[in-house]
Design a protein around this ligand. Structure first.
Ligand SMILES: [Fe+2]
Length: 253
C-alpha cells in the first residue's frame, strides 16, 4: 500500500523554503531546558514535544507503550518558555511527532561526514498514512555552516551543502538522506527540528513558501572532500575492527 508522500521530495529528498524573518522573535532557545542527548557530534537537545510529555528525547518507539513518530505531547515546562517556537512547529497544521531544539558544538567537515546518518522516523508508522519528514529551522545565524546531505553515504558526488543563515527553513526526508551539520563555530548552533506527517496540510504549507529541491552548493574544494572521505574510511575501518561491522548506521536524532 505504501505511504502518503509529497511530490516535492521526489527529486532530491528535501526542500528549501523561503527564509523566515525571525529578527523580531525572542531568542527562546536561550531559556529552555536542554538534556544531554548524543547525536552526530557534541549535542544537547531541548524537547518541546516528546512521546509522553516528559523532558526527554528518546525515540517514540522505545517507550512503553511504543508509538510511531506522531502525536507528540508538549513538554509543558519548555513550551511555557518557547511559545513562538511551538507556534512555528504548529504552523503547517500537520501532525507533530518529536519536536526539539538541538544545540550543536563546533565541528569540522570530516567529523560531519563521519557523523552522517539516517533517521528512523517511520518505525511503527502504519502504511496508508503519511510518511514522516523533518523540518530544520535554523535559529542562530550560521552562514558558514552547512546542512550536509547525501543520497549515498559514501559518494561525495551526491552531496548537497545547504548554508544555514538565521531563518533558513529546510524540510528533509531524513530516513532517505544521510545527513549531519558541518558547523565551524565558534559559538554553538541552535536549530528547531520537528517531525511532521506528510499530507495535504504540509503540502499547503510548503507550496506557499517557494519550495526548491536544489540550491547552489556551498563552496568546498575537491581536495578537502577527498581527504575527508579517506579519513572517514580510515575511522570506520578502525571502529569496525573494534566493535564489529556496521556498528550504528541509524540514529534516533
Ligand atoms: Fe538525524
Amino acid at each position: 500500500m505504501g505511504y502518503i508522500t509529497l511530490p516535492e521530495f521526489e527529486e532530491t529528498g528535501y526542500v528549501v523554503l523561503d527564509s523566515y524573518d525571525q529578527a523580531a522573535d525572542p531568542q527562546e532557545w536561550r531559556d529552555i531546558e536542554f538534556v544531554d542527548w548524543k547525536s552526530s557530534g557534541e549535542t544537547r537537545f531541548a524537547p518541546l514535544a516528546s512521546a509522553y510529555g516528559d523532558l526527554e528525547c528518546n525515540g517514540f518507539w522505545h517507550h512503553n507503550p511504543p508509538k510511531t513518530d506522531k502525536d507528540g505531547v508538549w513538554v509543558q515546562s519548555n513550551i511555557e518558555k518557547a511559545p513562538r517556537l511551538k507556534a512555528r512547529a504548529e504552523e503547517p497544521g500537520a501532525n507533530i511527532g518529536r519536536c526539539r531544539v538541538i544545540e550543536l558544538q563546533p565541528n569540522e567537515y570530516v567529523d560531519c561526514i563521519y557523523n552522517l546518518h539516517l533517521d528512523d522516523n517511520n518505525r511503527l508508522n502504519p502504511e496508508g498514512t503519511g510518511w514522516i519528514v523533518r523540518g530544520f529551522f535554523n535559529l542562530t545565524d550560521n552562514p558558514d555552516s552547512y546542512m550536509i546531505l547525501r543520497e549515498d553515504r559514501d559518494d561525495p558526488s551526491t552531496e548537497s551543502r545547504i548554508p544555514l543563515p538565521a531563518g533558513t527553513q529546510v524540510i528533509i526526508d531524513t530516513q532517505r538522506l544521510w545527513h549531519a551539520v558541518w558547523h565551524p563555530g565558534p559559538e554553538p548552533r541552535y536549530c528547531l527540528i520537528t517531525s511532521w506527517e506528510s499530507g495535504p496540510e504540509l503540502a499547503t504549507y510548503i507550496r506557499a513558501r517557494n519550495p526548491r529541491s536544489r540550491v547552489p552548493n556551498g563552496p568546498l574544494s575537491e581536495e578537502t572532500i577527498a581527504q575527508a572521505q579517506a579519513e572517514v574510511s580510515r575511522r570506520r575501518a578502525a571502529k569496525q575492527a573494534a566493535s564489529g561491522p556496521m556498528a550504528d548506521v541509524m540514529s534516533e536524532a
